[in-house]
Design a protein around this ligand. Structure first.
Ligand SMILES: CC(C)(COP(=O)(O)OP(=O)(O)OC[C@H]1O[C@@H](n2cnc3c(N)ncnc32)[C@H](O)[C@@H]1OP(=O)(O)O)[C@@H](O)C(=O)NCCC(=O)NCCS
Ligand SMILES: *[C@@H]1O[C@H](CO)[C@@H](O)[C@H](O)[C@H]1NC(C)=O
Length: 170
């Protein structure tokens, strides 16, 4: 059972969260009801999402809520009740660095037509704030070469390389 409509407590977003977006928009944790506000459509601006039904969405939401450490943030356009931007922080618990934590920033998307309003930077800044609040000693992400200047504006620097192995038939 899902315990709350909200994926995580908005308290960790910090007091500056709401003033970080213009009037008419709301920055907040992902809610179960965001399926009906086009959350999946927003994600589709980034990559293939597939035919995610409301049931499947709810199961995945519940899985993340139960596991903890998943911080999916959205920006809603209040007039249209549509999700126009999103980003995720996953907090990884470690043994090394005195049982430290690492923040993984994932799935930063600003919907087509909504770029250049600082939504991307605002979300990344909020996710970095959450990571810091939760004691992460670093936050990392993978991105396309084209997006390097954007992440540099968010305060990150280039480090190491990404490697990948894709499962066949997935
Ligand atoms: C890349 C993306 C997240 C940027 O979000 P955005 O809301 O349009 O960007 P912001 O308005 O927050 O930009 C913040 C700063 O970065 C700069 N910037 C943004 N994208 C940039 C780019 N591709 N190249 C150079 N600078 C860029 C902006 O000019 C701005 O600079 P400023 O603070 O000096 O004015 C967004 O365009 C997007 O979702 N694109 C498609 C999906 C995608 O590629 N996601 C990233 C996957 S790794
Ligand atoms: C991008 O996101 C918007 C807002 O959620 C959505 O309406 C639109 O269909 C998406 N576009 C694509 C190409 O996925």
């Amino acid at each position: 059972m899902v315990h709350s409509n909200s994926l995580f407590s908005c308290a960790v977003l910090g007091a500056a969260a709401q003033s970080a977006v213009p009037d008419g928009y709301e920055l907040r944790p992902l809610e179960l009801t965001d399926f009906r506000k086009g959350y999946i459509d927003c994600l589709a601006n980034l990559t293939v999402v597939g035919d995610v039904t409301e049931q499947l969405f709810a199961e995945s939401f519940e899985e993340m809520q139960r596991a903890g450490g998943y911080f999916v943030v959205v920006i809603e356009d209040l007039a249209s009740q549509r999700i126009v931007a999103t980003g995720t922080l996953v907090v990884e618990q470690k043994f090394l660095r005195m049982c430290g934590r690492v923040g993984h920033i994932e799935d930063i998307v600003v919907a087509e037509g909504q770029e250049g309003k600082r939504f991307g930077k605002t979300i990344v800044t909020r996710l970095l704030h959450i990571a810091e609040t939760l004691g992460c000693y670093k936050s990392i992400l993978d991105c396309a070469e084209d997006n390097v200047p954007f992440y540099e504006k968010c305060g990150l620097t280039r480090k190491a390389v990404q490697m990948a192995l894709y499962a066949p038939n997935k």
